[in-house]
Design a protein around this ligand. Structure first.
Ligand code: ADP
Ligand code: ADP
Length: 216
């Protein structure tokens, strides 16, 4: 099963992706995670991406599209993939359609997680992420068992550089202008499911599971 997770920053895409990949046989592809890994390893791609990410802007389409096209040509994605944070512009969606056609693949479902802007800010500002395995927590809504420590690997949690309130507001307006039009794009393709993201994490996952059905 091939799925796209769509939604504004802080909607819960990464959190739901963790549950989806446990229950379904899909490979998680998060463009944000790929960029953050490149920044940590100080690669040329990481250095370029950081300039945009720190300001809350999108990384230029050409850098992202190539990266995803490469990833989708690898063997493991044949079992199914979950795109998280891609596409983010109409151009990226059109390029993705071309890559899918070329590889004889299709998207089975677009999961669109809907959350109001004020809630998004509260979520993003309180987000804490494990430096080592990337598990996502929230200081109030999804706290770790021990403050500041990852439940899974015992390593320290940290706050993302782009989760400062000012930058989050910027990312939300970038979402509204550049990414939101994708809802109409996929509605026209007829495979979108709109999910109420303003429920408990488990309830959101239940709604996603009903939308995905028993497909594997
Ligand atoms: P995204 O990947 O869409 O940016 P995340 O999954 O990282 O979003 O979630 C953003 C923050 O909100 C995290 O701190 C996460 O723990 C928290 N969160 C995710 N889903 C919910 C929810 N349904 N209710 C409350 N907090 C949530
Ligand atoms: P969130 O969903 O919380 O905004 P992500 O981890 O998906 O977080 O993205 C973080 C940042 O990485 C974005 O603000 C943007 O700068 C960059 N980025 C990630 N995916 C893309 C993409 N598909 N196109 C352009 N920039 C991207």
């Amino acid at each position: 099963m091939n799925v796209i997770l769509l939604g504004p920053p802080g909607a819960g895409k990464g959190t739901q992706a963790e549950s989806i990949v446990k229950d379904y046989k899909t490979v998680h592809i998060s463009t944000g995670d790929i960029f953050r890994k490149n920044i940590k390893e100080n690669t040329a791609l990481g250095q370029k991406a950081k300039e945009y990410m720190d300001k809350g802007q999108l990384v230029p389409d050409e850098l992202v599209v190539e990266l995803v096209a490469d990833r989708l040509s690898q063997e493991d994605v044949k079992q199914g993939f979950l795109l998280d944070g891609f596409p983010r512009t109409i151009f990226q969606a059109e390029e993705l359609d071309k890559v899918l056609l070329k590889n004889d693949m299709k998207i089975d479902k677009v999961i669109n997680i809907e959350v109001e802007p004020e809630v998004l800010i509260e979520r993003a500002v309180g987000r804490r992420v494990c430096k080592v395995d990337g598990t996502t927590y929230h200081v109030s809504f999804n706290p770790p068992k021990t403050e500041g420590i990852c439940d899974h690997c015992g390593q320290e949690l940290h706050q993302r550089d782009d989760d400062k309130e000012e930058t989050v507001r910027n990312r939300i307006s970038v979402y509204t202008n550049q990414t939101k039009p994708l809802i109409e794009y996929y509605t026209k393709q007829g495979n979108i499911a709109n999910i109420n993201g303003q429920q408990k994490i488990e309830a959101v996952f239940e709604e996603i599971k009903s939308a995905l059905g028993s497909e594997q």
